[in-house]
Design a binder for this molecule. Sequence first.
Ligand code: NAD
Ligand code: DAU
Length: 342
Amino acid sequence: MKKVFNEISPDKILVTGGAGFIGSNFVHWVVDRHPETHITVLDALTYAGKRENLSGISADRLRFVHGDICDEGLLDELVPDVDAIVHFAAESHNDNSIADPAPFVRTNVMGTFCLLEAARKHRKRFHHISTDEVYGDLALDDPHRFTEETPYRPSSPYSSSKAASDMLVRAWCRTYGVEATISNCSNNYGPRQHVEKFIPRQITNLLCGNRPKLYGDGLNVRDWIHVDDHSSAVWTILTKGRIGETYLIGADGERSNRDVVRAILGAFGESEDDFEWVRDRPGHDRRYAIDSSKLQNELGWRPCYTDFSRGLQETIEWYKTNKDWWFADKDGVEARYNSMGQ
Ligand code: NAD
Ligand code: DAU
């Protein structure tokens, strides 16, 4: 690993969860832009991970290891050989965490603990991927947005397990001197997102001839960011971020769920009111909103996807042309939602 002033250039990184949505987009992003970096992906290939998400990357750039982040013996084999760990692996879906929280505590809390112990033992740089949901929610008319100083107030089993993992990272950094950074990002969209998530669910509903489904009153707000902008932010923090710091990642993309559904219906040429109301999520967070000034001012990061409708259109095209990628998952996901009245 080279170090110039405060900037590092890692030759070898371990990416956990690299076969999932954001992890695989990050791996492709790095492969395309940083030919000096070799990547080892460690992924358990749960329902959310697909080996094919990494297809097309040559073996001299990527090593894929099928395994669990809770496997300490495996971490002892892999971690000594890399410069840095970029930790995406998680159980990531709120509705699943409400139905069955146990895997969230295991992977998100215990898994992060195991990785931190490996980073401590082998003295490796550690970047932890987290979520804006650790800050709870905002009222629709609140003039404030989340900053790095906002107190933690998670609502769901998923967000509380991510909050717990953030606390472990902070403690390992302060007490043991692990060289760690944390990023908390808002809602991502883009290619290869599982059909259980909001935007892919509505796109694939329409592609299957079904109506989009809105929870509650549909006025909940999410702060959308294209997954490539998340990747560039993570790389910026990994290579230039100050050790021990947290950086919020967001791209000023606040939109109500109803507006997003209307935009998707509009892109399909359908009436913008042709959706269904379904049962609300218990404990449903009202609004997320990120102030990313620290990342922008301190590290000079800027998002590229400032036009949501362009990013959404590209995402719709991706699901249209990659039906084989999502079709096998669709019926099972909808059966599970139907059983919950959603
Ligand atoms: P995802 O569910 O699409 O992918 C998770 C990946 O982790 C999968 O490939 C899965 O196989 C793997 N995994 C799960 N348990 C594992 C284990 N025990 N060992 C090894 N691998 C395991 O998730 P995502 O949406 O890509 O999210 C990635 C990360 O980004 C998560 O940490 C999530 O909390 C965070 N995040 C997500 C968003 C978002 O909008 N999706 C926003 C902010 C932060
Ligand atoms: O904010 C970052 C978080 O964003 C990440 O940490 C999570 O991993 C990621 O899943 C996402 O969490 P959300 O719960 O916000 O995302 P989801 O796609 O599940 O839902 C987005 C919004 O859409 C939310 O208000 C619930 C609503 N929704 C969801 C589905 C699946 C609907 O109205 N209808 C639906 O069918």
